[in-house]
Design a protein around this ligand. Structure first.
Ligand SMILES: Cc1ncc(COP(=O)(O)O)c(C=O)c1O
Length: 399
């Protein structure tokens, strides 16, 4: 397969520079090391694009000055996040209530450790990022899952619906935490303000803390505005903790830095029980790359979203054309497509079938919840050429 490199990715272009397949195959990250060379990898949520210029600049400067020690005080973080959140979402978080963790996983686990005790119950809504269950198990919590349900009926642009009756029952059953994924991985679903408000009301009434994983928020497309949980109102701030990062939006997961944000003095103080070392376990490079992303990464993000918008439309067209019996809805955020392959009868694990027979890798749906074994998750943050090649392979194997 021939895929050329177009250099330059300054963030001012409407068309993105892509890395060639040969260059991508030299990458040391999980996406490009996880499978043999003849398999096209579209699983793990990393992007195949050059890193934004402001981030490259700060990293190169720090490396060239041998500035690679431990992470210490970094008042720039809270200010940079406030700048990003206010310019993007109209939310002005308190910079002094922004804490650092090595990644979103660590941020959520360390938070859970101090706000729950082993045996407490936590609510999640599958299909959802598999680590939601893993983090709950790591902290010895009992998982209550109220899955979203899929119908042909579209409400507010969404075909996946929250099951409010079951959610209310779960809140009333004594859960301590509701871990929400907003925007939602793998559905690309952005919760509406009204839905979030309903979570707030339930949380206040039932003494539940809502942890909002907002790592995909920078990648929200314009048709569905993203509402930060803590921007809703004082009641939301009294029950909400946001954990987020620049790692997904700017593709810097390997640099290891995330933030835990509160907007309520009592909750902030409660989180003071988090081990102080949590801060120092994040990386110096990651923290300053994150500051650069939040401060100066807006133009690159805008260019990225233009490319991802083209790619999500391309994926929908290719599904209709090449695997018309599959069911998928256009995501309103991020670069993941959640595809139901039930109609193709590919056995217990369609993703395993496709690695074997189409030499293309996706994330198996079963990882996102027990009811979803017939789904695959496709990552379209790559060049249109690679996306087209993936669909050629899949359609030759099953179409
Ligand atoms: C919803 C969600 N949260 C967290 C993560 C992982 O974040 P981190 O690497 O910062 O732990 C991902 C990665 O895809 C994700 O989709």
């Amino acid at each position: 397969m021939e895929i050329g490199i177009k250099e330059c990715n300054t963030g001012t272009m409407s068309d993105f520079g892509f890395l060639s397949i040969d260059e991508l195959r030299t990458h040391k990250s999980e996406k490009w090391r996880g499978f043999p060379q003849d398999v096209l990898p579209l699983p793990v949520a990393e992007m195949d694009f050059q890193v934004a210029e402001p981030i490259r600049k700060v990293l190169l400067e720090m490396v060239s000055h041998s500035d690679l020690g431990y992470l210490g005080s970094i008042p720039e973080m809270g200010e940079a996040f406030k700048h990003f959140a206010s310019s993007r979402f109209g939310w002005k978080p308190d910079p002094l209530q922004v804490r650092i963790a090595a990644d979103v996983g660590v941020g959520i686990v360390e938070t859970l450790r101090v706000i729950t005790k082993p045996g407490d119950s936590i609510l999640i809504n599958s299909p959802v990022y598999p680590n939601f269950s893993a983090w709950s198990e790591e902290t010895h919590l009992s998982v209550v899952d109220v899955p979203l349900t899929h119908t042909d009926i579209e409400i507010d642009g969404n075909n996946w619906h929250l099951n409010w009756d079951a959610i209310e029952k779960a809140y009333q059953s004594g859960i301590k935490v509701h871990l929400i994924c907003n925007p939602h991985n793998p559905l690309g679903r952005v919760y509406t303000r009204a839905e979030l408000l309903r979570f707030v009301e339930l949380a206040v009434a039932n003494n539940v803390i809502v942890i909002s994983d907002e790592i995909h928020a920078p990648l929200t497309f314009s048709e569905q505005p993203f509402t930060p949980f803590l921007a809703i109102d004082d009641r939301a701030r009294s029950v909400g903790i946001t954990v987020t990062a620049a790692s997904k939006g700017w593709n810097i997961a390997g640099l290891k830095c995330a933030i835990i944000v509160t907007e309520d003095e009592a909750l902030f103080e409660r989180l003071n029980a988090i081990a102080p070392a949590t801060h120092y376990r994040a990386s110096l490079l990651g923290a300053f790359a994150t500051v650069a992303a939040f401060r100066e990464g807006g133009p690159w993000l805008d260019a990225l979203l233009l490319q991802l918008d083209k790619n999500r439309n391309l994926v929908q067209e290719l599904i209709s054309e090449k695997i018309p019996a599959a069911v998928a809805h256009i995501p309103h955020s991020s670069y993941l497509s959640w595809i139901d392959l039930s109609a193709y009868n590919l056995g217990d694990n369609p993703a395993a079938y496709l690695v074997e027979n189409a030499k293309t890798a996706f994330v198996p749906g079963e990882r996102f919840g027990k009811d979803f074994s017939q789904f695959i998750r496709l990552n379209f943050a790559t060049s249109p050429e690679i996306i087209k090649e993936a669909f050629e392979r899949v359609s030759a194997a099953i179409g």
